[in-house]
Design a protein around this ligand. Structure first.
Ligand SMILES: CC(C)(COP(=O)(O)OP(=O)(O)OC[C@H]1O[C@@H](n2cnc3c(N)ncnc32)[C@H](O)[C@@H]1OP(=O)(O)O)[C@@H](O)C(=O)NCCC(=O)NCCS
Length: 154
């Protein structure tokens, strides 16, 4: 019998430089081509919205987005693999959508690998639609992979 884990409601707080060590541990197990420490530092220094999801004080996921001229761009949304499929990705995205609206975004964009069916399902269920394709956008094990561009009007 397969046990289905109950959904979890995380607490949210802004990411700080001191959190990057833990964030990098998650990033490196969650992605085949992870961001570097420099990528996270740049986002914090640029004033992008960087949020952490915590469960009992443990960082279990994060999201990063920027808003400019009414457009929001989601740069990262990630849940620790040990904590996936418990509703945390959806909770991070709900929080992100709400914050982006508060920052004046009228539309949100993101890029996702066509092979990332899990993330794509989540985005479609949240009202994102595919509006374009960036050819050879991502590094891949064999060369490059395209990016689907998805959009949600807020
Ligand atoms: C994509 C990601 C953020 C989803 O986080 P999560 O906490 O596992 O997702 P949730 O539990 O909130 O589930 C949200 C939806 O994702 C999809 N999903 C989650 N687990 C899934 C699984 N095991 N198989 C297929 N789809 C799954 C479902 O559509 C699910 O909706 P449902 O709960 O109504 O069925 C997470 O898989 C992740 O961090 N992946 C690595 C980083 C990444 O690829 N980020 C996206 C970059 S564009």
């Amino acid at each position: 019998m397969n046990a289905v884990a109950a959904p979890i409601t995380p607490a949210f707080r802004p990411m700080a430089l001191e959190d990057i060590d833990r964030v990098l541990l998650i990033e490196r197990v969650a992605y085949p081509f992870p961001w570097t420490r420099g990528n996270f530092c740049d986002c914090l220094e640029s004033g992008y919205s960087c949020w952490l999801a915590e469960v009992d004080g443990e960082i279990v996921g994060y999201s990063i987005f920027m808003v400019g001229a009414g457009e929001g761009h989601i740069l990262n949304c990630c849940v620790d693999p040990h904590w996936q499929s418990r509703g945390l990705g959806r909770a991070l995205m709900y929080r992100l959508i709400e914050s982006a609206s508060e920052f004046g975004a009228e539309v949100l964009f993101l890029e996702v690998r066509p092979s990332n069916s899990r993330a794509i399902e989540l985005y479609i269920s949240l009202g994102f639609e595919t509006v374009g394709l960036r050819r050879h956008y991502y590094p891949a094990v064999l060369g490059r992979e395209d990016a689907m561009v998805m959009r949600r009007v807020l």
